[in-house]
Design a protein around this ligand. Structure first.
Ligand code: ADP
Ligand code: MG
Length: 339
């Protein structure tokens, strides 16, 4: 006898789908931080407990959410960022799928509190196990606070995949550092188990790199700048003398978004090999900016991979910018040896 087909209830659909976006606390942290940036925040405060498993609290001073929209913000595919498929092709915000908050809400106890500039007071909604409760008034400054408790408390099978507090914390820290490096103009504070980890004022990229990647890297970094009329690259790469060429100190941002990209990595490697005959690729922070329609960010659930329309041009841009900077140090090096 065949089994009848049933449409799954929304609640279960959300829980299943949540696994795509929120594999661990670090993914929730990333989604919430990206929302804060999309809201134009200039200051973001992050407080985590037990690697983010027990509790995540992120407050921003961004635009806030209308009281009427608060509950909707927790619904899947509810977004203020795109209106049509056409918008998707030129999306400039970090989010656009309306899945972040819904995914987190499906697998935790979540509260969303917000006060937009034109509101007399703040409102708050909570979602427990994906069920959204009616908004209540709350005391809160301008901006938004998201609190997430007990990730995966309602899905024990998934909870088993979470690692120790310290491992989850390490993942959260990586996510936070990527965001902080992508936006040195935004101030961040970070605490873990009540201990202060970062207090970053709004700074320039060099200062932010010193704080996140290390003073020794910032001191030994070469400035990169390149443009091909359509795309622009700026950033810093380690001088070859800076030996800590660790893969975890390699940051590529495309239109402000941290990405892993083989084409960019390949171009960087090739530049080092070509000029310095070095097989290793030292630390770097590269910001690539291009018109949004030149890059598809909608290829990966966590948006950590992108597809370039013209990957050859990207490769050339990166290679030439690095080649030029490295060739200069090479020349200086030879000169000082000859003298
Ligand atoms: P997305 O970011 O893809 O739109 P989310 O589920 O992450 O989807 O958020 C849903 C909506 O909630 C956003 O489109 C935005 O309007 C609102 N929102 C979420 N977080 C914030 C925030 N910190 N400040 C202002 N608005 C927010
Ligand atoms: Mg979002």
């Amino acid at each position: 006898m065949t089994q009848r087909i049933l449409a799954l209830p929304d609640h279960l659909v959300n829980q299943i789908a949540a696994g795509e976006v929120v594999e661990r606390p670090a993914n929730a942290v990333k989604e919430i931080l990206e929302n804060a940036l999309d809201a134009g925040a200039t200051k973001i405060d992050i407080a985590l407990q037990q690697g983010g498993i027990k509790h995540i609290r992120i407050s921003d001073n961004g635009s806030g959410i209308d009281a009427d929209d608060l509950a909707l913000a927790l619904h899947r595919h509810a977004t203020s960022k795109i209106r049509s498929l056409g918008d998707l092709e030129s999306v400039a915000s970090m989010g656009f799928r309306g899945e972040g908050l819904a995914s987190i809400a499906a697998i935790s106890r979540l509260s969303l509190s917000s006060r937009p500039a034109d509101a007399a007071h703040a409102m708050s909604v909570t979602a427990i196990d994906g069920v959204v409760h009616a908004p209540t008034a709350i005391a809160h400054g301008l901006g938004t606070t998201v609190e997430v408790a007990d990730i995966y408390f309602n899905t024990p099978a998934r909870r088993k995949f979470l690692k120790s507090d310290s491992t989850e914390w390490a993942h959260c820290l990586v996510a936070i550092e990527r965001i902080a490096l992508s936006r040195p103009d935004v101030a961040f504070t970070v605490t873990h188990n009540q201990k202060s980890v970062y207090q970053l004022p709004a700074q320039n990229l060099s200062e932010r790199m010193a704080a996140i990647v290390g003073q020794d890297f910032a001191d030994a970094a070469l400035s990169i700048d390149g443009d091909n009329g359509l795309m622009h690259i700026h950033g810093f790469i380690a001088k070859p003398t800076y030996s800590k060429g660790k893969a975890d100190k390699q940051f590529v941002f495309v239109n402000g978004r941290f990405v892993r990209d083989k084409i960019v990595l390949h171009a960087v490697k090739q530049a080092y090999q070509d000029v310095l005959h070095l097989a290793l690729t030292p630390a770097f922070v590269l910001n690539i900016a291009l018109p949004p329609e030149q890059v598809d960010v909608n290829v990966h659930p966590t948006k950590s991979e992108v597809r370039f329309r013209d990957s050859q041009s990207i490769h050339r841009l990166v290679f030439h910018a690095l080649h030029q900077a490295l060739a200069q140090t090479d020349a200086t090096h030879t000169e000082s040896v000859n003298n």
